[in-house]
Design a protein around this ligand. Structure first.
Ligand code: A2P
Ligand code: MG
Ligand code: MG
Ligand code: MG
Length: 311
């Protein structure tokens, strides 16, 4: 029906609608109160919300875009469990469909794309009741580079035309920009945002050298990048291997569409092709502009970089 709209714009518009539905699933599981927590590894949990939201996102996108490569955090459940028909989304966000596709993305085909799905980013925080830290992430990489993405916040409280509304969806597209929120400039002094639940001595060492006026410890890669975009923090530093490609693909796409930069602790970009290794072994370093990114990169001791690189 929208065949005249370039694929990348249609896929982003579908991702916005699908992320909204996944966010509702995340809220519904919490309000039912049966989280069904499974321990996948050390400090690594999965809940019924992670499982159901993943099924909703992957099944909905695969049904509409059959040749896409979609990689989700909870992929191991591919053949288990049912996709409830009510989870199959075929709506498409009409506002996003109106975006003017940049020339270099007009010819992109399904075969060029890898979609990285984190159905629930901030699972630790979700289980501990820090619900505002939770996000749903859908990142779209073209030829290994994140070019579009969605960060949905299921618990964001809005007032729209006088009515209370829950949830909002932030999007970004290279060459177009970002939407769904109002970007704000970084704070006057250096404010660092970092992990709340996955710290260790190396992570702390990388924070010390930043000479920050404040450290904002919040959950999830999506929520931390939002702290940058909304002017609450200057730099996101995480000198540890815990994040994976689905944690950073959507945040990187949106941050870079807004003029920012997300790399590893050595200053190198991650690649998001179908065959890359999933862990972001050498950590995360992100900022809303190149100047703040360089400020942070220059302060990371070489020894610390080597420690991560050689792990
Ligand atoms: N050690 C780890 N084990 C599993 N996931 C991790 C680990 N460290 C980070 N992550 C993932 O990266 C996100 C950001 O990390 P942090 O909040 O610690 O800064 C986490 O919410 C989690 O994603 P998820 O919640 O989707 O499993
Ligand atoms: Mg997880
Ligand atoms: Mg995550
Ligand atoms: Mg997750």
């Amino acid at each position: 029906m929208y065949g005249s709209v370039p694929l990348i714009v249609r896929l982003l518009a579908s991702s916005v609608s699908v992320a909204n539905r996944a966010g509702k699933i995340v809220r519904d599981v919490m309000s039912k109160g049966e989280l069904g927590i499974v321990e996948k590894g050390k400090d690594d949990y999965q809940t019924e919300a992670d499982r159901s939201a993943q099924r909703c996102i992957v099944a909905s996108l695969a049904a509409q875009y059959p040749n896409l490569k979609i990689i989700g955090e909870e992929d191991s459940l591919e053949d288990e469990g049912e996709v409830v028909s009510d989870w199959l989304v075929n709506e498409i966000d009409k506002e996003i469909l109106k975006l003017q596709c940049p020339p270099n993305l007009q010819e992109v085909k399904e075969e060029d794309i890898v979609v990285w799905v984190d159905p629930l980013d901030g699972t630790s925080e979700y289980t501990q009741g820090f619900l505002e830290h939770v996000t749903v992430l859908i990142g779209i990489a073209v030829n290994e580079t994140p070019v579009a993405g969605v960060i949905h916040q299921p618990y964001y409280k809005n007032i729209v035309e006088g009515d209370k509304k829950i949830g909002r969806t932030i999007w970004g597209l290279h060459g177009v920009g970002v939407g769904g929120f109002t970007p704000a400039p970084p704070p006057e002094s250096i404010v660092i945002t970092t992990t709340r639940s996955h710290s260790n001595p190396v992570v702390e060492e990388a924070l010390k050298v930043m000479n920050a006026s404040k450290v904002l410890r919040v959950g999830g890669a999506g929520y931390k990048v939002l702290q940058l975009l909304e002017g609450n923090a200057s730099i996101y530093v995480f000198a540890s291997p815990g994040c994976k490609k689905w944690d950073t693909c959507a945040p990187e796409a949106i941050l870079s569409a807004a003029g920012g930069k997300l790399t590893d602790i050595l200053g190198n970009f991650y690649k998001y092709g179908a065959n890359v290794t999933k862990p972001n072994k050498t950590g995360v370093l992100a900022a809303v502009n190149n100047e703040l990114h360089s400020y942070a990169l220059e302060r990371i001791p070489e020894k610390l970089q080597e420690t991560l690189a050689n792990k």
